[in-house]
Every structure is written in structure tokens, then in C-alpha cells.
Design a binder for this molecule. Structure first.
Ligand code: BES
Ligand code: ZN
Length: 631
């Protein structure tokens, strides 16, 4: 332990003053935290502004266009190189210099490893501060998903969306694809005239008709963001306002339902502002994607992307909106400098999400959602190697996607709840508010956070500070003994009912299902045991008809139980569910459960063979690995 603290201290000292990038205006600092998942060399030459001119070609499933970077260089008076990340891109031409002085530049592709892509190295002459790359995307790129009309709600128009986090931006834009590099951007996007383009940016007004049956949309993002927050979607989209600054984009047949589901968004934004300061991004809109979107949500600035699987019809899954909204502070204002620091994004965001949910929907809702998160975390952690149970996880030589577990999320949030518990809500809130102000529009490492915490919260109160072993929390595996537990009266009532039912003291029907919330259902299903309760599934189904549930969270939990209990009547729904949506959170547990049953591998393969072409590359990668898929 002593050794770890000395190491952590040293790390902190080394990184201190150096790892905060400055939003792009000044010259690059010499010691920006090294990002092992980018080939770019921002300490030599760093992009600060990007201008995109893109043409979206659905027939060829390709984006063609130009990316122009305005850069700052360590020494602008000498020749030097700019290095951009590119992966599965066709680089057609590169120019350097501005206006009259622009010239064709030579460039080289430095092959990297297959996960990271290549470095596009462009030698620059003294004084040059602009680089323009003509390029096209290719079929192999993982950052874009092109959908057939049949994969959309309307069924008549194709759809395209991007997903840049963690390192997929480089497959559709040549850029310095590191969260420590912040850029502003402008974009001109040309699409077929019957489709609408939206981006994680402000709109440049009504689209302009252009020759060849196309429309041109303009966007501007004047605030400096990391590349993983650049986002684009193109489809048959309609907009419904929910308040002056919030609204929903979705396909026409979905937009009303979505606007109803997310009607509390404005009050969430107000609540968030009351907690940690003004919403700094202008509009907060939500884009509902087709069901192959591989995540629950993605916090693209000004325009959160969400899965349609949260449209439950009763607003019960809107914690997802609270989460993505919270990223407007934790993540988008203050960003993890490298993928090792991902917990600074997600742990803070889960904590903040819970605070929003508590304020808008009450303490009980918070307790239930928090408990469900901790339950999932503990189940997941039981199967994880110790090195992956660490908040400040070591991802050297690995795909940053491997850091996407419950650890940065719910263990991270646990640390913040612990600090709140020790220092009191008032002081901790003041600390967080000041933290978001101090580091807004910068990318920081774990060491920078620790240093700030030490100075602004711990130093003034050593006695309380001694109650939290930060090395154990941040660098150690597992859950520390002081991990704050939560109890929910509602869940305890369910536990008692389940015990009574198992002992034959009450009938299932007496559970009062009418009044259960989604969270109570999830707790209830989680309490059922595929072995001990195997014989009870028919009765559960007769009483509650869970196989027909329209709530995807409940359905997924039930289907997993059904697979593990070999409950055949749910098989058809299981196959249907795995084919109709591609959210990785639902796919992974279900395919995994199948794998663990006799004959399950064949069943999984039969479903996957059919569903795979419709899954997003990110989901496909996960399920390929799980099933050891070779085609
Ligand atoms: N930023 C994440 C999604 C993400 C993380 C995409 C890392 C790619 C790499 C987003 O904010 C998120 O956490 N989404 C969660 C939902 C949330 C309620 C926990 C998801 O999609 O499951
Ligand atoms: Zn998140």
C-alpha cells in the first residue's frame, strides 16, 4: 500500500500542471498525458478546429469528403509533422497551407496495429497551420452503421448513424482521435433530398437544395470537444419540441411516443443546473435511433443518441436520459484525458444521474435504481479478473472497449457516494460544482482529479479524509469495505413476499403486480433462481405473462431466467428479441446464458447467423468474441 501511494504521488506530481489541455487556443504543452490508443502526436502539432465537407452516398454506403484541420504547433517557425489517426479510410489527397499558399502535400501511412489503425503523417513547412485531407470511408469502418429501409421504423428510407466513442471517429474522419485533444468543428453535409442530417452541433439553419436531388445541411460546434463526441445521423427524421431548449428527433412514426416518454427532460435539465451549474451547450435534444443502435445512449453534445428500446410507454426507463444529460457536465465539459480515466466520465455521471433521479422522481426511485446497479456490478465482478476491477484500469495493449464494464460506472459512483457520505452533501456538492467550473472544457487524468480532491476537499479535513482509502478505491480491485450500501424498503417487501410465496404462505397473484414499478419487477426477477424456481416458471408466466412484456428491461431479465431454467415456451420470443434489436446490453447476457445450456451453442449460432448482418460492428465484435464466431 505504501508503495502504491508513493507511486500515485509521483504520478500526480509528474502529471500535475501538464495534463490539462487548454481547449486548443495556446500552443500544445509539451507533456500532454500520453494516450496509448492514439497514433497522433498532439504534443508536436495539435488540431484545434475541424471543417468537414461530407457527401453521404447511400448507394455506395460511403461518405466522401474533406476534413480541414486548423492546427497549432510546438514550434511553428520550423518544419514539423502533423499525425492524424486513420482507420479503414481511403486517403485520396492531402494539401497543406491556407488559401493562396496551399500546396499538395506528401504524406505517409504509418501502419499501426489492427485495433488502433494507422498514423497519417504529413510533413509541414514552417508557418503552415492548415491541413486538408480528401478521403472516403470504406466498408470495414466500425464508426458508421448503414441501415437498409427494413431496419428502420418507417421501412421506406435508409438510415445512417455514427458512433465514435471510444476510438471509432478515426474510421469516418481523419483526426487526432484522443480524448485529450479538443477541437471545435463546422460541417457541411450533403444528403439525399428526402433525408435529414443531424449532428452533435448547432444547426446552421434550413437546408439548402443542391443539384442532383440533394440537400445540404450546415452545422457548427463552437465549443471545444474531443473527437469521440463528433456525431452524425441521416434518415427520415422529424422534430418535436418538448420545451424551449429541449426536443426529440425521431422517425415520423416514433416521434410522438418519444416526446411523451421524455417529457420530463426539461425538468431534468433544470435539476442538473441547480446541482452543478448552468447547462453550457445551448440546446439539449434527443435523437431516437433505429433498434440496432448498440448502446442505451451516447452523450453526443447537444444531441443525445438513444436506443428505441427505452420507449416503454410509462417513462420508467428515463434514467438513461438523466445519465446522458449528466454527461453534459461529467464527460463533455470535463473529459477523461485517456481511456484509463474513463471512470472520471462514467462514475461521475452515474452519481450525477442518481442525483437527478432522486430530485425529480424521489428517494425511493433512486434507492431502487442504485441497488439494481450494485447488484449487476457484483454479479459482473464475480467473473472478472482482479486487474479489470480497478477504476484506474490498465488498458495498455488492449482495446479501450475492454474497459467498458460496470466498474467505471457503479464502482466509480460508489466512490463519489462515499465521499458525499463522509463530507456531507452540502460540502461535496460545492466541491463538485467547483470541479466542473475549474476543469470545464478540459481533459484531465485521474492524477489531476486526485490532486484537486486533495487540495479542495481532503486537505482541510484530515480526520474525515483518513476515512477514505483512495489508493484502495482507485488503484485496487474489488469493492472496498466502506463501499456505501443502499437499502430499498420496496425491495425488502418484495423479498418478504418471495419468501412467503416459496413457503406456500401466499399466492403469486397476491403480489399486487398492478402496483409494481419496472424497478420492482427487475428486482423480483433477479430474486428468482433458475435452478430452485425452475418448476415455478409456468405459474409465473400464467400469472404475469412476462414473455409478452413490452418493457425491454423486464423482458431481457425474464428471458435470461427462462434460458437458464430451460423454459421452452419463451424460446420464440427470445429468438425474436435477439433479431429485432441490437443493444449490446441485451444481447450479451442472453447469448451468454444460451452458451451455458446443453445444446445452447447451436441455438445461439442459429439465431446469430441470421441476426448478425443487422447488428452494429461494435455489437458484432462482442458477440463474435463470445461465441468464438468464425462465420
Ligand atoms: N458514453 C456511454 C456509452 C459508451 C461508452 C460508448 C464507452 C462507447 C464506449 C454512455 O453514456 C453510456 O454510459 N451508456 C449506457 C447507459 C447508461 C444509462 C449506463 C449504455 O449504453 O448502456
Ligand atoms: Zn455514460
Amino acid at each position: 500500500m505504501v508503495q502504491t501511494s508513493i507511486l500515485a504521488l509521483l504520478g500526480g506530481l509528474l502529471l500535475l500542471a501538464s495534463c490539462v489541455s487548454d481547449g486548443g487556443s495556446a500552443a500544445p504543452s509539451p507533456a500532454v498525458a500520453r494516450d496509448e490508443h492514439s497514433r497522433s502526436r498532439p504534443e508536436e502539432a495539435r488540431s484545434r478546429h475541424l471543417e468537414l465537407d461530407l457527401r453521404v452516398d447511400f448507394a455506395a454506403r460511403r461518405i466522401e469528403g474533406t476534413a480541414r484541420h486548423r492546427i497549432v504547433r510546438r514550434d511553428a517557425t520550423a518544419p514539423g509533422d502533423l499525425v492524424l489517426d486513420v482507420k479503414d479510410l481511403e486517403v485520396r489527397a492531402v494539401r497543406a497551407g491556407r488559401g493562396e499558399a496551399a500546396r499538395a502535400a506528401s504524406w505517409t501511412l504509418e501502419p499501426g496495429d489492427p485495433r488502433l489503425g494507422d498514423g497519417l503523417r504529413i510533413p509541414l513547412e514552417a508557418g503552415e497551420d492548415t491541413v486538408e485531407v480528401d478521403y472516403a470511408t470504406t466498408d470495414g469502418g466500425t464508426g458508421l452503421q448503414w441501415l437498409e429501409p427494413a431496419q428502420t421504423a418507417g421501412g421506406t428510407r435508409p438510415f445512417l448513424f455514427s458512433q465514435s466513442q471510444a476510438i471509432h471517429a478515426r474510421t469516418w474522419i481523419p483526426c487526432q482521435d484522443s480524448p485529450g485533444v479538443r477541437i471545435t468543428y463546422d460541417a457541411v453535409v450533403t444528403v439525399p433530398a428526402d433525408l435529414t442530417a443531424v449532428m452533435s452541433a448547432g444547426s446552421g439553419g434550413a437546408p439548402e437544395a443542391v443539384a442532383g436531388g440533394a440537400r445540404r445541411f450546415r452545422f457548427a460546434m463552437p465549443q471545444a470537444i474531443p473527437s469521440y463526441l463528433i456525431a452524425l445521423a441521416v434518415g427520415q427524421l422529424e422534430f418535436r419540441a418538448m420545451s424551449d431548449r429541449t426536443g426529440v428527433w425521431a422517425e415520423p412514426s416514433v416521434v410522438e411516443r418519444a416526446a411523451w416518454e421524455f417529457a420530463d427532460t426539461e425538468s431534468m435539465v433544470r435539476t442538473a443546473e441547480g446541482l452543478y451549474g448552468p447547462y453550457r451547450w445551448g440546446r439539449y435534444d434527443i435523437l431516437v435511433l433505429p433498434p440496432s443502435f448498440p448502446f442505451g445512449g451516447m452523450e453526443n453534445p447537444r444531441l443525445t443518441f438513444v436506443t428505441p428500446t427505452v420507449l416503454a410507454g410509462d417513462r420508467s426507463l428515463v434514467a438513461l436520459i438523466a445519465h446522458e444529460l449528466a454527461h453534459s457536465w461529467s464527460g463533455n465539459l470535463v473529459t477523461n484525458a485517456t481511456h484509463r480515466d474513463f471512470w472520471l466520465n462514467e462514475g461521475f455521471t452515474v452519481y450525477f444521474e442518481h442525483r437527478i433521479m432522486e430530485a425529480v422522481y424521489g428517494r425511493e426511485r433512486f434507492e431502487m435504481e442504485c441497488m439494481l446497479g450494485i447488484r449487476d456490478l457484483e454479479e459482473e465482478m464475480a467473473e472478472m479478473e482482479p486487474r479489470d476491477q480497478v477504476l484506474h484500469v490498465d488498458l495498455a495493449g488492449r482495446d479501450p472497449d475492454e474497459g467498458f464494464t460496470g466498474v467505471p460506472y457503479d464502482k466509480g459512483a460508489g466512490l463519489l457516494r462515499r465521499l458525499e457520505q463522509v463530507f456531507g452533501r452540502e460540502r461535496f456538492d460545492a466541491f463538485l460544482r467547483a470541479y466542473f467550473d475549474r476543469f470545464s472544457f478540459t481533459s484531465i487524468t485521474t492524477a489531476t482529479f486526485r490532486d484537486y480532491l486533495e487540495r479542495e476537499l481532503l486537505a482541510a479535513d484530515p480526520e474525515r479524509a483518513a476515512e477514505v482509502d483512495l489508493d484502495l478505491w482507485i488503484e485496487g480491485p474489488g469493492l472496498p469495505p466502506d463501499f456505501p450500501r443502499v437499502v430499498s424498503d420496496a425491495f425488502e417487501r418484495i423479498d418478504r413476499s418471495v419468501a412467503d410465496w416459496r413457503a406456500g404462505r401466499i399466492e403469486l397473484a397476491a403480489f399486487g403486480r398492478e402496483r409494481w414499478t419496472t424497478q420492482e419487477w427487475l428486482h423480483f426477477i433477479g430474486r428468482l433462481d433458475p435452478v430452485a424456481d425452475r418448476g415455478r416458471l409456468p405459474e409465473l408466466e400464467r400469472t404475469f405473462a412476462l414473455t409478452a412484456s413490452g418493457n425491454n428491461e423486464i423482458l431481457c431479465a425474464w428471458l435470461e431466467l427462462a434460458v437458464r431454467a430451460d423454459y421452452g415456451p419463451a424460446d420464440a420470443r427470445l429468438a425474436g428479441f435477439l433479431k429485432e434489436q441490437g443493444r449490446r446490453k441485451f444481447l450479451t447476457p442472453l447469448y451468454r446464458a444460451l452458451l451455458e445450456r446443453p445444446g445452447g451453442r447451436e441455438r445461439a449460432a442459429a439465431i446469430y447467423r441470421e441476426a448478425r448482418p443487422r447488428y452494429h460492428a461494435i455489437a458484432r465484435d462482442s458477440i463474435d468474441a463470445l461465441l468464438d464466431w468464425r462465420g
